[in-house]
Write a protein that binds this ligand. Structure first.
Ligand SMILES: NC(=O)c1ccc[n+]([C@@H]2O[C@H](COP(=O)([O-])OP(=O)(O)OC[C@H]3O[C@@H](n4cnc5c(N)ncnc54)[C@H](OP(=O)(O)O)[C@@H]3O)[C@@H](O)[C@H]2O)c1
Length: 326
């Protein structure tokens, strides 16, 4: 079988030559493990943070040279105790054609989400951030930074479905901005590359922000706080600004905020990490089946495409969740 390994810790953002497609024996499952044939795995921005180290307290270890990459994957049981061959499962040993997975570390998929690939995206996280963490209310103005990405392409639509009054997103290109307003429920989109970002955001948000779903941090977080309405709820999901900074190591994301803005608006800033809770999938599954929600993705075919897929994701070429299908 084949798997993707790190060759060298990237200098700056990873490029396809930092990885190799290695051959390895199909693993023998140990006690309590099953052999899973991978059908698709997730290509995601946080890998940049994990190549050569990790953030203290993060749930995942760093990946060192010769190590195999990992991440969310869906597949079917090939052999092993307790689960019939062909059972669809979700696990975290992506970036390889076969994986020996402890039964305790996999989830059997029950079809709540109509397509197994939907389990590779972050729609449940977006739902939890908007409901559990931000308590979005009808009429709220919601700003989603990184609004075209894996989290953001779901968050804008879900905010709309939950009754938000105005939904604004940010992205890196005019082409993606056009798709976000046409297909993903956004009323307005601001370009992160604009020299007049603050003024663009004020115009797009009609002056004030009630809820921020922040995938970026940095100057976008600062600009959003400058526009916070009284009682604003800011939910910090990701830190793409530092994560994808070619000059850093992707493991810090510093930002300077004006404390007076937090005090005088009584805004809350809350970080989100960990599982989204059981309610999310049932609600998302219903919206997907009724056609009220679409989860866009870009699918590469063949494990040999994975290094290029990661490179293109980090360069901002794609909209939605990026996956490799095997
Ligand atoms: N807290 C949690 O539990 C949790 C769980 C999952 C993910 N996350 C985090 O949430 C964040 C979003 O995840 P995702 O999968 O949705 O990522 P993503 O948006 O798919 O990440 C790739 C995108 O980042 C944007 N980008 C590239 N360079 C950038 C820069 N210098 N500054 C700002 N944006 C840049 C590009 O989009 P545009 O060109 O459209 O801007 C690119 O397409 C990540 O930081 C991820 O690690 C957190």
């Amino acid at each position: 079988m084949r798997e993707i390994r790190l060759v060298t810790v990237p200098d700056g953002l990873p490029k396809p030559t930092d990885f190799e497609i290695a051959e390895a024996p199909v693993p023998e499952p140990g006690p309590g493990e099953v052999l899973v044939r991978t059908t698709a795995f997730h290509v995601f921005a946080a890998l940049r943070t994990l190549l050569g180290g990790t953030v203290p307290g993060a749930p995942f270890p760093g990946i060192e040279p010769d190590g195999t990459l990992f991440g969310a994957a869906v597949g079917e049981v090939a052999s092993g105790p307790g689960l019939a061959p062909g059972t669809p499962v979700l696990h975290m040993k992506g970036w390889r054609e076969y994986a020996a997975v402890p039964v305790a570390e996999l989830r059997v998929l029950d079809g709540t989400l109509p397509d197994p690939v939907h389990h590779l995206g972050y729609a449940p996280l977006a739902y939890a951030a908007l409901t559990r963490d931000a308590g979005v209310r009808p009429g709220d103005t919601v700003f989603v930074t990184g609004g075209a990405g894996g989290v953001g392409s779901a968050a804008g639509q879900i905010a709309r479905l939950l009754g938000a009054g105005r939904v604004v997103g940010s992205t890196g290109s005019a082409e993606k901005a056009a798709r976000m307003t046409a297909e993903l429920g956004y009323d307005a989109v601001v370009l992160r590359t604009s020299a007049g970002f603050d003024a663009d955001l004020a115009e797009a948000a009609l002056g004030g922000i009630d809820v921020l779903i922040d995938n970026v941090g940095g100057d976008q977080l600062r600009a959003a706080l400058d526009l916070a309405n009284p009682g604003a709820r800011f939910v910090l999901v990701g830190a793409l600004d530092g994560q994808l900074d070619p000059g850093g190591n992707g493991r810090t994301s510093p930002v300077t905020l004006d404390a007076y803005r937090i005090i005088l608006t009584r805004a809350t800033l809350r970080g989100v990490a960990g599982p989204p809770g059981p309610e999310a999938e049932a609600r998302l599954g219903a919206w997907l089946r009724s056609g009220e929600l679409v989860l866009p993705d870009v699918r590469f075919t063949g494990i040999e495409q994975a290094p290029r897929a990661l490179h293109e994701l980090l360069a901002g070429h794609h909209l939605g969740t990026v996956v490799v299908e095997l």
